[in-house]
Design a protein around this ligand. Structure first.
Ligand code: MOS
Length: 717
């Protein structure tokens, strides 16, 4: 690992370097590149959830104005069979090529595509297609599941784990025990920017793709594999992303479909999914059913934790929501711990990564269970958590690299005014409104993958660094430039970072909150290599003011260096971020809509590279957690299996009026055992525990324990 980077720009609240481009509309998103001769494709989705296509009458569609081609399973180009994970070099959740055959596995699956001169012409012609089906009764529930499995691993982690004697732990007579089942509905990513793809075959073996992506290198690899191309002959570009939350990490069928359409019409093709299509084609957080049993001695020390999770996957999917791994695995230690994951395969589109997959629904269940245990023990719920704050990773038994959760609890309690809380439910009022205060722990692992970075230092004292990383709105355009500036020793204003293009050196998926750690580590390596070269030219590595002189003396306009980083597991330490959420709700007893009126989050994520964008990440996570607690739910029609709540009128997310005061604070220290910046990722931790803090506050206000999200007014009547 490179030496720690001295922080000058890191730790400040620099504004986004791309802010002006975004607010003026100058930033171009994937669907906005107007290539010459551009055509448009409209994807047609199945109206059944299981069965076969028996016929497609495309005569009227083909004659419709502007139509260039109608693609179906009967005429679509045949592609290589999908490979996932390391075999492909990308992330492919749906294990099926679009239009591969006449089988339908879920409602909303692409069954045809119409290419036309304009998107309106394509959409109109799509409505003229007559598709007949032989439908079968879809499996939509756990009881009707096509199969139920207990997979061993997901993304290299063991899904079924235990330590100690759980049965004995739960059977002790000297303990207080709680056991309840919590459920979370399907939730669907709703970034402002729809998924969009523009595919342009520049030559028979060379493809240019603009794609809304969290992983340009992954998309490059998957497209290359599907079409039998050399990776370097596929270029995927995505400098700006209008939000993603995980849905733009995998490469989905619509991206491949667009490249296919472009091949067929031999012109550039643009596709933009509709909001409705984003409810079946680009992943979601699956419904979970989690049973958590806790047992503690009278002093609150947890003695046994059993966490049983059930969730859903599609017949063509490759996804397990790792609820136990993301929560019970890391939250509290106990002599006996067990968690397991059961997957039901149903005819619903593939679930996938959604902000803190596993951690988010997992911490919801466990943090509600902890609140129930606190009430069973007649103990303050914050105190229960303080008593169980463990210095070690519960399952690995190793110490945490750094952990400042105690300060999160303490500072949060002070800022929130927790000491004024009355313990009994229904005991706090504001006029006629019921007031509830809830607390929950947040946690997210510190992840890092692999990256390469190229730096060019110019004789005028400026520098440009590059990697195929991404900025989903997280602020990486800015924070990676800050890291580069500090790593070289230049002022922030003199440094640019370039990202979002597969032609750049390797960058990882913008997922798992890893970008800062991974790309930052490669920046540190590149900067060290650059400084070695500068020393060879006679510069003083510790004095950046000597760099430009050294280049000029050597007659060089610029000097370049590469760096790379690949994460290696450290078996001796656990790397994890923690935090605490404090939430106030106010509820009108006559019409029990829940208002979240006040919020304090305190996070320990190691070094915060950018205080402004970092705060935004936590704040955004909390807003999404409030949505999860009170509003979000994807409902499927029990008859057809099609998503019913497939627009922003029926699928509710928080609006400004739903969100009141949210305070974000940071504590802790740079985690230099993790990387030279000391930074652990912040994109996802904000949502973890957030829904539990709301649910616990609702219980405190009303005495009603709603264990089934979202907490809509009907559940409180
Ligand atoms: Mo995040 S759900 O790992 O993009």
């Amino acid at each position: 690992m490179s030496a720690p980077i001295q922080a000058k720009s890191m730790g400040t609240a620099v504004s986004r370097v791309d802010g002006r481009l975004k607010v003026t509309g100058a930033a171009k998103y994937a669907g906005e590149f107007n290539l010459p001769n551009l055509t448009h494709v409209f994807a047609v989705t199945s109206t059944i959830s299981r069965g076969e296509i028996t016929g497609i009458d495309s005569a009227a569609a083909e004659k419709s104005p502007g139509v260039l081609a109608v693609l179906t399973h009967l005429n679509a180009p045949k592609l290589a069979e999908p490979k996932n994970g390391e075999k492909s070099g990308g992330i492919r959740i749906e294990q099926r090529n679009p239009l591969a055959d006449n089988k339908v596995y879920y409602g909303g699956q692409y069954v045809a595509a119409v290419v036309a001169e304009t998107s309106e012409q394509g959409r109109h012609a799509a409505a003229l297609l007559k598709i007949s089906y032989a439908p079968e009764t879809p499996a939509l529930t756990k009881e009707a599941a096509q199969k139920t499995e207990k997979p061993k691993k997901h993304l290299d982690e063991n899904l079924q784990q235990k330590k100690g004697d759980i049965a004995a732990g739960l059977a002790r007579t000297d303990i207080t025990k709680t056991e309840q089942t919590y459920s979370t509905p399907t939730e669907t990513h709703n970034p402002m920017e729809m998924h969009a793809t523009i595919a342009h075959w520049e030559a028979p073996d060379r493809l240019l793709v603009h794609d809304a992506q969290q992983y340009v290198k992954g998309a490059q690899a998957i497209i290359a594999q599907a079409f039998g191309l050399k990776k370097e002959n596929v270029r995927v570009i995505c400098p700006f992303v209008g939000g993603a939350f995980g849905c733009k990490g995998p490469t989905w069928p619509h991206t491949i479909l667009t490249a296919m359409a472009a091949k067929v019409v031999a012109r550039p093709v643009r596709l933009e999914l509709t909001r409705q299509q984003m409810f079946s084609g680009t992943g979601h957080r699956p419904e979970t059913i989690q049973t958590v049993a806790l047992a503690a001695t009278r002093d609150g020390k947890v003695q046994a934790i059993r966490h049983h999770s059930e969730m859903f996957d599609s017949p063509v999917g490759d996804w397990v929501e790792p609820t136990g791994i993301g929560s019970t695995n890391v939250l509290y230690d106990a002599p006996a711990i067990e968690f397991d994951h059961v997957v039901h395969v149903v005819n619903i589109a593939s679930p996938s990564f959604m902000r803190a997959p596993g951690e988010c629904p997992g911490t919801y269940a466990v943090e509600c269970a902890m609140d129930e245990l606190a009430y069973a023990l007649k103990m303050d719920p914050l105190k229960l958590r303080q008593v169980n704050n463990s210095p070690n990773h519960p399952m690995k038994g190793v110490p945490w690299s750094t952990k400042h959760l105690a300060e999160c609890y303490q500072l949060g309690a002070e800022k929130f005014g927790w000491s004024k809380r009355k313990h009994e439910p229904g005991s706090m009022k504001d006029g006629k409104l019921l007031v509830g205060w809830g607390v929950a722990t947040a946690t997210y692992p510190a992840r890092a993958f692999r990256a390469e970075v190229h730096i060019q230092l110019n004789a005028d004292g400026t520098a440009v660094a590059k990697s195929a990383a991404h900025d989903l709105g997280t602020g990486q355009w800015t924070s990676l430039a800050q890291i580069t500036a500090d790593a070289i020793g230049l002022p922030f204003e003199k440094v640019k970072f370039e990202l979002g293009d597969s032609a750049l050196p390797f960058g990882p998926v913008a997922g798992g909150s890893n970008t800062t750690a991974t790309v930052g580590s490669a920046i540190a390596d590149a900067a060290e290599n650059l400084k070695k070269k500068l020393v060879d030219l006679g510069a003083d590595a510790g004095k950046p003011e000597t760099f430009a002189d050294a280049l000029q003396r050597a007659g060089m306009k610029s000097l370049e260096a590469d760096g790379k980083f690949e994460h290696e597991e450290n078996e001796k330490l656990g790397f994890q971020s923690f935090g605490a959420h404090f939430c106030e709700v106010k509820i009108d007893p006559d019409l029990p809509t829940v208002r979240v009126t006040r919020w304090v989050s305190v996070m320990d994520c190691g070094r915060v590279v950018n205080l402004k964008t970092g705060r935004s990440q936590i704040l955004g996570g909390v807003v999404m957690g409030i949505g999860m607690a009170l509003e979000e739910e994807t409902v499927y029609d029990p008859a057809t299996g099609l998503p019913l709540t497939r627009n922003l009128a029926d699928y509710h997310v928080p609006v400004h009026a739903d969100i009141h005061d949210i305070e974000v604070h940071f504590v802790g220290e740079p985690d230099y055992k993790f990387n030279p910046m000391g930074a652990r990722g912040m994109g996802e931790i904000g949502i973890t525990g957030a829904a539990a803090a709301v649910a616990n506050a609702v219980y405190h206000a009303t005495g009603k324990r709603v264990r089934d999200l979202p907490i809509t007014p009907d559940k409180l009547m």
